[in-house]
Write a protein that binds this ligand. Sequence first.
Ligand code: KIV
Length: 273
Amino acid sequence: MAGYISDDTRKVTTHRLFEMKQRGEKISMLTSYDYTTAQIVDGAGIDVVLVGDSASNVMAGNVTTLPMTLDQMIYHGKSVVRGVKRALVIVDMPFGSYQGNPLEGVASAIRIMKESHADALKLEGGEEIIDTVKRIISAGIPIMGHLGLMPQSINKYGTYTVRAKEDAEAEKLVRDAHLLEEAGCFGLVLEKIPASLAARVAKELTIPVIGIGAGGYVDGQVLVVSDMLGMSQGFSPRFLRRYADLHSVMTNAISQYVADVKSSDFPNEQEQY
Ligand code: KIV
């Protein structure tokens, strides 16, 4: 498979993402939660690394993203920042750290920025959290919005199915997208909504719109790194393209190691002191 390695080693900034949208260059974004993966993802030329609260599912084995704490997001954020040289690093604000009121939100945001050294933060929601978004941005912290399927609200939806298929929800999403842009967000994630709706939002907004399960007519794409590498099993939404089968690669390597240890093949003469 042909790869894309940019010779541009300058640090990606929110302004550069804006310029990419203006000249029609698509933005690539993947999650990472640890130093080693972040180094690989950054070295392969990704534009944006998201320290997603999907760490709750992927790293901790929880069913939802809700249990994630500020301390845990800061730990993952710090680990990723140490591994990244070029990409913009965005950390998700976890459930419960910003929904209460703007002051709580700004205090949580400042803690993540101070302790993780991330470049920006992402939070879920529109009108309901707009005062918090404004307050955080006024503290000098770049914010990316997240609309459509918002996993932190899974208990409200009761399902991970496609959002905004009905007119009322679609119109609210478009209104929220404009509110987030007007509040000063530098970008927006749209998760699991009809491609035509995502295309409309990307066209109406001047800030970059990054899709996951939102079709191809947006300004960039994001996937969960362990899903696109084929590490996870039993999660096959239509929008997920698997670029590798690391589950098989890792299983084969580990079972070979087990066999080598059992048979005393490992370590051999050259592998000892
Ligand atoms: O937490 C996450 O991984 C995310 C992406 C799915 C956009 O928010």
